[in-house]
Ligand binder design. Sequence first.
Ligand SMILES: *Cc1c(COP(=O)(O)O)cnc(C)c1O
Length: 904
Amino acid sequence: MKPIRTFNVSPSLPKRLEPLRKLAYNLHWDWNFDTTDLFRRLDRDLWESSRYNPVLMLGTISQERLREVAEDEGFLAQMDRAAQQLEGYLTERTWYRKHRDRKLTSEKPKEIPASPSTPPSSKDCYAYFSAEFGLTSCLPIYSGGLGVLAGDHLKSASDLGLPLVGVGLLYQEGYFAQYLNADGWQQERYPINDFYNMPLHLERNPDGSELRISVDYPGREVFARVWRVQIGTVPLYLLDTNIEPNNQYDQDITDQLYGGDIDVRIHQEIMLGIGGVRMLKALGLHPTAYHMNEGHSAFLALERIRMMIQESGLTFAEAKQVAQSSQVFTTHTPVPAGIDLFPPEKITYYLGRYANTFGLSKEEFLSLGRENSGDLAAPFSMAILALKMASFVNGVSRLHGAVSRSMFQNLWPNLPVIEVPITSITNGVHARSCVAKPTQELYDRYLGPSWSQATTDSPLWERVNSIPDEELWRNHERQRSELVVFVRDRLQRSLRDRGASVTEIAEAQEVLDPSVLTIGFARRFATYKRATLFLRDLERIKQILHDSSQAGGKRRVQFVIAGKAHPKDIPGKELIRQIIHFTRDEALSRSVVFIPNYDIHVSRLMVAGCDIWLNTPRRPREASGTSGMKAAMNGLPNLSVLDGWWDEADYVRTGWPIGHGEDYDDLEYQDEVEANALYDLIEQEVVPLFYTRDDEDLPRGWVSKMKDAIRLNCPLFNTARMVGEYALRGYFPASDRYFNMIQDQYSPAKLLAHWQTHLFDHWYDIRIEDIKISEPAEIKVNQEIAVKAKISLGALTDEDVRVELYQGSVSATGEITNGVPVTMVYQGQDSQGNSLYTVNISYTNSGLQGLSLRVLPSHDYLSSPYEPGLVLWAEPEKVSINLQSNGNGHVLEPEAVMTEAVTH
Ligand SMILES: *Cc1c(COP(=O)(O)O)cnc(C)c1O
């Protein structure tokens, strides 16, 4: 039965309790324990049964209980304190003002006329687009690491006071809930999200009607309404297509996260990218920088360009300059197979209109998403579209940055891989969201409350050593006990739901031992994460679990495991089943447990209550990984393959590395070697350190490692640091470029577009005529040599290019490695009209050194000289003094123009 009319009935609160509404609707409570304590105090059972959803709780709590607390002085005082804290939090965010305004006064963008009367910072607005956001358990619109990272990004942006808004989709069913059948096979349930009973505001027009946007799809318009989640000062706007008059198919666009087929996927990405841009406009927001968190939202670039063409009369080239200058792209995918691809005919079918508006042919349009524009069969890659449309691109750990540079190297032909303009900003986690409450209180007490955002250079971190070992350890042991209680409870519930026998349910009460070394492993069950690596040698792992050493059973080990496999990932589900079957072994059921339905709540308990955090990905497939960071912040050492963030952490002092960062071709062999390394480490390092206790039963060595984990990892792998980096390196410069591009009716953008056309027309006429160097082949370290170059620039001038000498050592294959560019100085023209350049250089290292020369485009408005993708390298025969390669017989690649033996 369809209703004839619907109402949104909001909780009715006694006047005195009105502050609860504001508290409930601002997700600040998620990382503020005073407020969550308040909700728990209101009704403990309801708090838990609502999955920690204060809005649902306020909507279902009895009026009687509300009347009761409205009279309770203690409750009211706590409520007023929490309300005051929120008020204070919302007004006291200062990092942004401090860093943005200082930057504006000290580093005025060059060559730009006087700034407008209000400082740009007050007009800054950064839009952060992501397909998923993991903020808190009662908003299940995330699947895993990418979502939690996006959620933590918003929380830290609020902490830092950044003018940032999030953009995403509101999924009616969200990501699935996991349960297991009797055989251990993963089953999925899709609970329907009841938006009206979640911390969501429906955005409305001034007349009270729903705010709606529409997006064009082939043959029809699709409408969406807009919900807002308030995260401290940061709003997250989510689109919802589940409304009339959309047809059923369109209503389901925002049905499931990563659900459906390729058509649903493209519908979703159009709604996210294109709908997202329209929504921001409908909300009256004018972002000055756009951040694409992974490629799913990259269509936003097309919509921005379309708007500038149709509303401001720009050409495609001009509009692209503006869009690109203000777009930031973060890639999270270390393997080509992980990239979001669409068949070209789908792109043409769904987005052909854009090609027409842009004045591009079908192939020109498709080449925006192709590495090689000549390959007409190639699919359209969202990552490539995002790369081509961004002026700042990063991977999510140092190692992943390097992997991304080589993965996308072909987009910048002729550029040495180390110069490919993809940098890295290592992921982090939001400290206040992932550290257990008692542990936070401990840090607050000994380090001071600013620990959660303090940087590495803060003296506060030295105070970690002043935390008494005893206190840190007893606190940690309490966390372990709480985890054990939680696991037993959750297992019993899920067995009951499955109709298991009374004996089975009773046995679940006996799993785990709160005093035993507990290894935690929780993540998506993608096969590359190798969740079952520790089971490779069953005899050996049984010995470890039961302690078959001389200690004779006193040094036991237990595993707590959790994670979901993607519904279509059969091999991933197989891994879960293997673990469940393993735990069925009589002797093991108590020491290896799998917790069903991993989510943010389970994660928080695990990273606090386990003793060590295990990770065994196949390097380099874990772009960053973040659960290990959460564990480290709670004082857990990590035990992990050197991949993602762990590769750049202090893995000796704050945990143990499995292997040494080797790459393998033979995967079987890799598993063999790494499983054995894992067993050896557990037996020889982890277990002895954990179980060596002093007279007071304290594992001093272990506690010292815990302190190192806190001291060294908290300040680094923290989203406060991460978002600060995005702001300083990504958003501020992008926003500056945007303001520069649009001033004076977009005249800089027009100029730049015009200049680029001119550049492309004449680039290939540039001739490097001659290069002279002053010294013979044998030179000394630090000896100065003068280099002169004669270059014919044709129709271009010295202002259009930058000429660089490129020097570095020569590898065995004859290539310059780790080359360093040195800008040459323009000296005017000779009588034939050639441009002359000079520079003096010297070598600081001895051995075989190489030298080359290159020409790059140069323009003040260009975000980087690599943006046009043009580099001209000197050819060896252009060198007038032809140095012999010192008789060592290397065949030189064209790039190494000259080699010189440098002697001491
Ligand atoms: C942190 C977190 C993740 C990401 O963990 P990885 O180590 O990156 O795999 C996934 N899911 C949940 C619920 C999390 O809290």
